[in-house]
Design a protein around this ligand. Structure first.
Ligand code: 8DG
Ligand code: MG
Ligand code: MG
Length: 151
């Protein structure tokens, strides 16, 4: 073991994120981000895939951690390769997996803001009246006509 030599920072690598279209009637659950990436834009619940996890497990875990909601059947929808420019020429690169979970339309369960340092709060938004600005990757999908509803 060499000592006294600072090792250079590891080269950046793409990361895998799993995010969830949580649907209820014709509405979707969105929260305004407080994280530096996409600050103050409306985004889906979700986060980083952990080692050994399935997409479905990650989706259920992140939704539970961020909102307290327990989701049932989770389905894969699509995947995007998302490279974003941050400040000072830094890039952020996510392979983002989009999942869907449908809530009972008459469910009385309330989405809690369990990570108030990362999100301003959760709310249901009608698909035809989405808030803005949407988080970049989500904005692009919606603009290209992507629709997460099963019917
Ligand atoms: P974790 O520590 O809980 O694992 O992570 P997190 O703090 O919840 O991560 P996140 O930023 O919410 O999600 C990880 C990345 O996923 C985010 O930096 C960029 C990518 N991502 C998209 N679209 C969306 C989206 O609509 N919502 C969220 N939350 N992340 C998204 O590409
Ligand atoms: Mg999270
Ligand atoms: Mg998150």
């Amino acid at each position: 073991e060499k000592t006294g030599e600072a090792s250079p920072p590891p080269p950046p690598v793409p990361r895998v994120a799993v995010v969830v279209f949580l649907l209820k009637g014709r509405s979707v659950l969105l929260g305004r981000r407080l994280s530096s990436v996409g600050h103050s834009t409306f985004a889906l619940p979700g986060g980083h895939l952990e080692f050994g996890e399935s997409f479905e497990e990650c989706a259920a875990r992140e939704v539970k951690e961020e909102t307290g909601l327990v989701i049932g059947k989770v389905e894969f929808l699509t995947v995007i390769n998302n490279v974003m420019m941050l400040k000072e020429q830094k890039k952020c690169h996510y392979v983002t997996i989009f999942m869907r979970a449908v809530m009972d339309e008459d469910s009385k369960e309330v989405a809690m803001n369990l990570e108030p340092d990362k999100c301003d709060g959760w709310d249901w938004y009608e698909w035809e009246q989405l808030p803005h600005p949407l988080f970049g990757p989500l904005h692009n999908m919606v603009n290209q006509g992507f629709n997460p509803f099963p019917i």
